[in-house]
Ligand binder design. Structure first.
Ligand code: TXA
Ligand code: MG
Length: 343
């Protein structure tokens, strides 16, 4: 299949909308990561997304809207807490899970009784939705790889597999939206993102953080969000997280080695490390780290490294989103440095 590369001007967005109306699939920029979009109400079109990504059929998709009123036909209920979150954080990087209406095809909800809804703030995504329909869109990467935050990443994964890609430059947030379910008794955060757990509980009060956000699943454990059980965000290189003080970290990464290692580090670390480094931003700037993380993981592969040592991120604010992506990229492989350095 030939993949058309489109720009973000009105004429090209109209072309993309026509492709979608005709049942095709188009990668579009959003403020979080690039998404791979199809008409959310066309089950056959949505199936093409799963085929292009190699995505397991039991992993449901987020439906993207461009106006709050579009939510009503998609859900059975729009409870007060969801309305408060929508007023405060939409358009923006927040996805809410609600009981679904009958017009949501099974392909989108993967057979669940709920649907995930998001109103992105990216103008190109909004325009495309308003010219076509609510759009089902997962991240536009091959299943399991780091999500794409630049046109080049989408081309690397999807060229020849989808109808078109709209170039929207680099994505601002850099990690996928925060996902919260309001289909449970107590609201529960299923995936941390640009809207933080602290901001959410500031608006709706008590909010749980699902155990799977920071912990591996036990064998056979039931998950609230099917995406939690799959390997995620992984470059080809082996990722190892290093947990410890600055001193422990420098001591560990500066040990002699004959392995082909790159270190994902903070800006402040660079001159203290002998191995090649990729900086993901300043130590306490979690927003910058989120923005750079996925492109740094892809860069490790592009430059042919076989091992990535990465600093274990902080777990507050947007740092929790960075931590959640990193531990998955590392397959929960964390070395606690205090004890290792004494050996
Ligand atoms: O920022 C984002 O959310 C991006 C952009 C393109 O909008 N999209 C994205 O989609 O990250 P995806 O499919 O890569 O991740 C959606 C996550 C998956 O882990 C999926 O299992 C979960 O949301 N999800 C979707 N619908 C759900 C539902 N009804 N119940 C529980 N989890 C759901
Ligand atoms: Mg994804």
């Amino acid at each position: 299949m030939h993949t058309l590369i489109l720009s973000s001007n009105e004429e090209d967005i109209k072309k993309a909308a026509l492709i979608i109306k005709n049942g095709g699939i188009v990668a579009m920029p959003t403020e979080t990561v690039y998404g791979l979009a199809a008409d959310a109400l066309n089950g056959d079109a949505v199936k093409k997304i799963f085929a292009a990504k190699g995505r397991p059929a039991d992993n449901p998709l987020i439906v993207h809207i461009s106006d709050i009123s579009q939510i009503y036909p998609l859900v059975r209920e729009f409870p007060k807490k969801a309305q408060l979150l929508a007023e405060k954080f939409w358009p923006g990087p927040l996805t809410v899970i609600l009981p679904k209406s009958d017009i949501i095809p099974d392909e989108v909800s993967a057979g669940l009784d709920t649907v995930a809804i998001r109103f992105p703030s990216h103008k190109t995504a909004q325009k495309l939705i308003s010219l076509s329909s609510p759009l089902a869109a997962p991240s536009a990467n091959l299943s399991g790889s780091p999500s794409p935050t630049a046109l080049r990443h989408v081309c690397d994964d999807m060229n020849g597999r989808i109808d078109a890609i709209i170039d929207g430059g680099d994505c601002d947030v850099g990690v996928e939206s925060t996902v919260i379910t309001l289909a449970s008794d107590v609201p529960r955060l299923l995936r941390p993102g640009g809207v933080t757990a602290e901001q959410i509980s500031g608006v709706i009060g008590k909010t749980e953080i699902d155990k799977a956000v920071t912990n591996p699943l036990a064998d056979g454990e039931r998950v609230s969000s099917p995406g939690m059980k799959y390997k995620h965000y992984s470059p080809k290189a082996e990722v190892i997280l290093l947990d410890g003080t600055d001193k422990d970290f420098y001591e560990f990464v500066n040990r002699p080695t004959d392995r082909n290692i790159v270190v994902l580090c903070y800006e402040e670390d660079k001159e203290k490390i002998i191995l090649p480094c990729i900086s993901i931003g300043k130590k306490h700037d979690y927003g910058e780290q989120a923005h750079k993380l996925f492109s740094a993981l892809r860069k490790a592969d592009e430059n042919g490294f076989s091992v990535v040592y990465a600093r274990c991120p902080e777990k507050t604010g947007v740092g929790l989103a960075v931590y959640n992506r990193m531990i998955r990229a590392a397959g929960f492989n964390i070395i606690s440095l205090g004890s290792v350095n004494q050996q």
